[in-house]
Design a protein around this ligand. Sequence first.
Ligand SMILES: [Mn+2]
Length: 372
Amino acid sequence: MLLGSLRAAPGAANMQRKFNTFALLVIASVVCVAVLLHFNKNSSLTYLTENIFLGNKKDQPSGTDKDVDQFWDINSKFQKAPESSEEKTAKPVHRSTTLGPCPDTPPNLVGPLRVEFHLSHTWNTVRKEVTVPLQDGGRYMPRECLSEHKVAIIIPYRNRHEHLKHLLFYLHPMLVRQQLDYGIYVINQDGEGVFNRAKLMNVGFAEALKDYDYECFVFSDVDLVPMDDRNFYRCFESPRHLSVAIDKFNFQLPYNTYFGGVSAMSKQQFLTVNGFPNAYWGWGGEDDDMYKRIIFHGMSISRPDHITGKYRMIKHERDKHNEANPKNPDKLFHTRETMDKDGINTLNYTVKEIVKDRLYTFINVDIKAPIS
Ligand SMILES: [Mn+2]
């Protein structure tokens, strides 16, 4: 059709040829754009170009994330992440008294999750992954039924910006599917002193309770992402160890009494054992101390099976100011004597700032850490 079925005067033929060339150019551009869009969607091209132009992207904030990254720079002033204007704040839910309880087994679970860390997310892609409106502070409760589980997720934290994005990308949608009435609390240790994971978890417990009437607390490392949404982030008759099959440990328990990684305790269970110890500075031992506290108080631990309890750990170097502390293992010989004297009943700290982002409540806290 295009290639000149009309043969008239030579001038007209010339026009026809020009038109044909033009038409071909238009078609070629359309094809090019289509190919580009396709690769972009696949994101492999984006990834490739980022690598080429930014060099090794590790630890480097991507351009779109720049504003948000400043927020995490503790030395700079706290800045709230900019919200896109079309994003709506969830209105407080007016709960109808006719709302029935949520079913014990949530209806929308999908089972095994594909968890990958090779692409870095922006806060906007994380927000988009959460398809339901959250209330500020990373709070959510189902609208369709009354949740039986008021759960605070406590994440001890310092300088793990990328990890937090990966975790929340997978965690929020999963917790929504689990129909929990939940909030996410990122407890940031202020300053450069020796890290204390257990004390930060105690702080999270205390601070979350000021926010809401939580009955259950899930304590989670920032680098552990669940691989199955049937692994319930709720509380059980016994304190629960959730991260039973971590890829780093070949999807097996590193040892039988392991209680590290991700665990869940009801408010009552936590208070019974006097919370975590505050005395474990640096890496190691605090999770074993908690295990002993539980056993010494006549409780046992429960666990999911090794399929639903699968986790992926984000690979990382040992953090600065969190070296393995050689004094910690010795403390474990004295848990029985120390547990009632050191814990949630002796916790002291100073909250320096609380920032409610859409995806989490960020609590910056001075825990009087010794300088290494
Ligand atoms: Mn780790």
